[in-house]
Design a protein around this ligand. Structure first.
Ligand SMILES: Cc1cc2nc3c(=O)[nH]c(=O)nc-3n(C[C@H](O)[C@H](O)[C@H](O)COP(=O)(O)O)c2cc1C
Length: 169
């Protein structure tokens, strides 16, 4: 699938078949994630790949809107030991968001489905996910990509809105 097609075809999928995702596809998604841009190329990201049903179930309960039956979750986290210093630190959020979007586009290109579930900036979900993953305080979860074979196919759509464009000449 061409990228231009994947960009318009990508939709949030929230219902999945129990079929497992092939290792090869998981690896592809992680390559796409880490191909993303990052401020000063710090790449302050860490990816927690979860296929363990018990842990998945905990992740499903970690926020109000995360109850999705996907057989795979990739939790995209920032590593504060790798992030830029001082007032530049928060660039990690943009870096990890770009990685997350690459995962979602990759998912679409592989004819899989996914939903980005936001964790940051919700304090309690952040703490819950850190605990579920047993990570130390340098690791901050940005969001969870729940991924699987889709049981629903939301229609591709173009949300182009001319009112959002401000031409400055
Ligand atoms: C930062 C962020 C957080 C999101 N969190 C959730 C979530 O917790 N649960 C959920 O079902 N969808 C979540 N979504 C998906 C949005 O609801 C979805 O992208 C939006 O409704 C547009 O639909 P589309 O993705 O099909 O284009 C999130 C999306 C983003 C970008």
């Amino acid at each position: 699938m061409e990228l231009k097609e994947a960009m318009l075809k990508r939709r949030s999928v929230r219902s999945f078949s129990p079929e497992k995702i092939r290792e090869e596809n998981i690896n592809q998604l992680l390559h796409y994630a880490m191909a993303g841009p990052s401020a000063c190329n710090r790449r302050p990201w860490e990816f927690y790949v979860v296929t363990n049903e018990e842990i998945l179930e905990k992740l499903r309960q970690s926020t109000r809107y995360s109850n999705m039956n996907a057989p795979l979750a990739i939790v995209v986290c920032g590593n504060m030991k790798k992030a830029l210093p001082m007032q530049m630190q928060d660039f990690w959020i943009q870096d990890c968001s770009a990685a997350m979007e690459n995962i979602l586009l990759g998912v679409t290109s592989l004819n899989l489905g996914a939903c980005w579930v936001g964790v940051l900036p919700q304090k309690r979900p952040v703490e819950r996910v850190k605990k579920i993953l047993s990570v130390d305080d340098n690791i901050i979860p940005l969001g969870i990509a729940f991924i699987g074979y889709p049981l629903e196919t939301p229609e591709a759509r173009d949300q182009y809105d001319i009112n959002k464009i401000h031409i400055i000449k």
